[in-house]
Design a protein around this ligand. Structure first.
Ligand SMILES: *Cc1c(COP(=O)(O)O)cnc(C)c1O
Length: 367
């Protein structure tokens, strides 16, 4: 049987892309804040309903750069239930990650457990809107305000997510996005940093261009994360079809929920009222006792049927060798995160998934 992959990249129309490439060739301007770069930043601000954005070459460098721009040092409170780049961005800045357990209702950092992890060295909180599920941004901000901490959201999964009509990207001091090929919206490789004022945007633009603030002035040890014109043009085209892609994902999510609602031992998240979800992932959680098989038994049985799920996130970041020696990485500090990591499978989810594919995945799980 044909393979059903866990994801599939959203690709622009090739003829339309060719037309834009022709424009770029004619202009002979291929990178360094060219016209497509400017147009993509403006179009993303409009789509995402945010005032300022800076493009980056991937979703990891904006995390690293945000920490630098806010001069974060010492310890940062974060979640172990994420992609490893979240914590790596702290390591690259010489910051000690402090892992806090997650809320089983969302998979996001549990606000009830943040205060106990704060020490005199804590300078910031780095939460993740995991699977695009909004964090409790109000409670996190209240804690940050009480202790004078910055908040940087890793919003790599949260492209286009809104709460009561407001972009989730407005929360905290800054938010980062990833436009990697596997994400809801992609520029092949790419990412962005979202900020709230023009001064910060300017500083970030210096930092992603070696720290250059003018022809002869370097104001900081900046990195190179400039996005070229080809990726910017590709991004402009993909932005036009991202709403259709999200709608197709929603139909797949609804079909999964309908098909799996009576399967004992399988649970999943439902939509939250007031939230515009992006259906970036469809995680299910396997209760081995009730389901009759372990998560890994199901995962490998699916693979035998050529249905590729993904154990995402497993293992936890706190289990990798770089981080497992940290006191906060102790498994008894993170019981909920361990339970989720050991029971999760992300089912195939992308814009081109057909209802027949969804039904094949459901049947695989039922049998
Ligand atoms: C994808 C992802 C990143 C990193 O993005 P890249 O574009 O691959 O560098 C960071 N955090 C999370 C949660 C991600 O899923």
């Amino acid at each position: 049987m044909e393979q059903i992959t866990v994801t599939s990249p959203l690709l622009p129309n090739l003829d339309e892309f060719n037309d834009l490439l022709k424009e770029i060739w004619d202009s002979k301007w291929i990178t360094n804040n060219g016209s497509f770069h400017k147009r993509l930043e403006a179009a993303l601000c409009e789509y995402l309903k945010v005032p300022y954005i800076s493009l980056f070459t991937n979703g990891t460098l904006p995390l690293i750069t945000a920490l630098q721009a806010l001069r974060i040092t010492g310890e940062v409170i974060t979640t172990p239930y994420s992609f490893v780049a979240t914590t790596h961005s702290l390591w690259w800045n010489g910051i000690k990650p402090v892992f806090v357990d997650i809320d089983p209702a969302t998979g996001n950092i549990d606000p009830d457990k943040i205060e106990a992890a704060i020490t005199p060295k804590t300078t910031a909180i780095m939460p993740v809107h995991v699977y695009g599920q909004p964090c409790d941004t109000e409670r996190i901000q209240a804690i940050a305000d009480k202790y004078g901490l910055k908040v940087i959201y890793d919003a790599a999964h949260a492209f286009g997510v809104e709460v009561n009509g407001e972009s989730i990207l407005k929360a905290g001091d800054m938010s980062t996005l990833s436009f990697h090929a596997t994400k809801v919206y992609n520029t092949i490789e790419g990412g962005a940093l979202v900020m709230h004022d023009a001064k910060t945007k300017q500083r970030i633009d210096y930092l992603k261009n070696f720290g250059f603030a003018g022809e002869t002035e370097v104001v900081a040890p900046g990195i190179n994360s400039k996005v070229d014109e080809m990726r910017s043009a590709y991004g402009l085209l993909n932005l036009r079809q991202v709403d259709d892609a999200i709608a197709a994902r929603r139909r797949a999510a609804e079909a999964y929920r309908e098909g799996l609602k009576d399967v004992e031992g399988i649970t999943f998240f439902n939509d939250t009222p007031g939230v515009r979800h992006n259906y970036s992932y469809f995680p299910i959680f396997v209760d081995a006792e009730k389901y009759g098989r372990t998560r890994d038994e199901l995962y490998f049985a699916m693979r035998e049927q050529n249905v590729l799920g993904r154990r995402y996130f497993y293992p936890l970041i706190s289990e990798f060798t770089t981080y497992r020696g940290l006191p906060s990485a102790a498994p008894d500090n993170l019981p909920v995160a361990h339970r989720m990591a050991n029971s999760v499978i992300c089912l195939p989810m992308h814009h081109a998934l057909s209802i027949e594919d969804v039904n094949r995945v459901i049947n695989c799980i039922k049998n």
